[in-house]
Design a protein around this ligand. Structure first.
Ligand code: NAD
Ligand code: DAU
Length: 353
């Protein structure tokens, strides 16, 4: 039977890579990309795919339970890959309500729709929830997050993602819903909204604007190239064990300030600037409230059980990423000006599902 896969948040950063990988690799699957097109959703991310026969776009809010249920019925949805979320920690500090609404209530609405429509006939069905390593909190100098690390979220974003993970497990334990969860570390690569560290800093170097380093720049993140995350999602979707959790990470820890220096070096090189030209843009600013010190993911389980591991060395991934942003300056420009939101409103009748 051909799966009808509902990918939520497919117009966002990671979602667009997942949609691209699945459409290209599995031409027999029907992909329904459901996205509200918030500020972070951009159909330009999928421009090369929009005419594929097995690709369908649905503009909808995951929180709208009745509409979501109707979509499950109308399109005979058999699988869900749930990526839609509010994803930026700084925004969650300013507006925690919208994070609770989308990340918790939106996930609950999808779970309930899946349970109701699948009506206990869970054969050949799957609800795959995409989560983050931030649910595990912050590490000291040593150690890394495993699948059994205790949940200890600190930001409203990570608290909302932790809650959504708990709901997904609760639906498995209570109703037997077939689920799988993965918790991934920081992604980077093409199509990332330029509010996150790497695209923001690339954009600012290009525009000769200051680079706001939070606190002392000593915080550590574990970086993974986004296409490697999409490959991990593919592997877990097809071969992951039901009810299990898989950690995904880059085995690639960087102090923010060291990473920023690499960005400066590579962008200056591409621009033909003298080495170190943009170092002067570094500006230390007030720290993020509740700023987690260090993330590091132990991705041994997915490596051993599902033979997945990152394919790119960081230096290679960063060069590829910077080159992409340089070649796609119009994409960056459209995002910065907000033009991308108006173009697609005109192109599609976006309220018509
Ligand atoms: P993103 O912000 O780029 O994209 C989120 C997408 O969700 C957007 O297209 C947006 O329009 C859509 N969306 C938001 N609210 C919606 C709603 N109510 N209904 C329907 N669609 C809605 O996010 P991302 O960085 O691509 O992250 C995707 C998922 O992966 C999230 O669940 C995030 O928590 C998780 N994750 C992200 C990272 C990372 O480094 N970016 C790492 C690990 C896990
Ligand atoms: O770990 C996975 C998470 O990674 C995902 O779940 C989130 O959706 C994703 O946004 C990301 O969260 P971070 O908070 O780690 O990413 P961000 O790019 O916002 O910040 C990375 C680090 O850089 C963090 O230590 C804060 C710092 N930073 C960030 C910005 C935007 C700065 O110093 N200056 C900045 O302007």
């Amino acid at each position: 039977m051909k799966p009808n896969i509902l990918v939520t948040g497919g117009a966002g950063f990671i979602g667009s890579h997942v949609v691209r990988l699945f459409l290209n690799k599995y031409p027999d699957y029907n992909i329904y990309n459901l996205d509200l097109l918030t500020y972070a959703g951009n159909l330009e991310n999928l421009k090369d795919l929009e005419n594929k026969k097995n690709y369908h776009f649905l503009k909808e809010d995951i929180c709208n339970f009745h509409k979501i249920k109707a979509i499950f019925i109308k399109y005979k949805i058999t699988h869900v890959i749930h990526l839609a979320a509010e994803s930026h920690v700084d925004r969650s500090i300013k507006d925690p309500f919208s994070f609770a609404q989308t990340n918790i209530m939106g996930t609950l609405s999808l779970l309930q729709a899946a349970k109701d429509v699948w009506a206990n006939n869970f054969k050949n069905k799957l609800f795959y929830h995409i989560s983050t390593d931030e649910v595990f909190g912050s590490l000291g100098k040593e150690g890394s997050f495993s699948e059994t690390s205790p949940y200890e979220p600190h930001s409203p974003y990570s608290a909302s993602k932790a809650s959504s993970d708990h709901f997904v497990r609760a639906f498995s334990d209570t109703y037997g819903l077939p689920i799988v969860i993965s918790n991934c570390s920081n992604n980077y690569g093409p199509y990332q909204f330029p509010e996150k560290l790497i695209p923001l800093f690339i954009n600012n170097i290009l525009k000769n604007k200051s680079l706001p380093v939070y606190g002392n720049g000593e915080n550590i993140r574990d970086w993974l190239y986004v296409e490697d995350h999409a490959r991990a999602i593919d592997v877990i979707f097809h071969n992951g064990k039901l009810s299990e959790t898989y950690n995904i990470g880059g085995f690639n820890e960087w102090k923010n300030i060291d990473l920023i220096k690499i960005l400066i070096k590579v962008v200056d090189k591409f621009l033909g600037n003298k080495a170190g030209t943009s170092v002067k843009l570094i500006t230390y600013v007030k720290d993020r409230a509740g700023h987690d010190k260090r993330y590091a993911v132990d991705a041994t389980k997915i490596k051993e059980e599902l033979s997945w591991e990152p394919s790119l060395q960081f230096e290679e991934g960063i060069e590829k990423t910077i080159q992409w942003y340089l070649e796609n300056d119009q994409w960056l420009e459209n995002i910065s000006s907000g033009a991308y939101q108006h173009y697609y409103e005109k192109k599609y009748n976006l309220n018509d599902n």
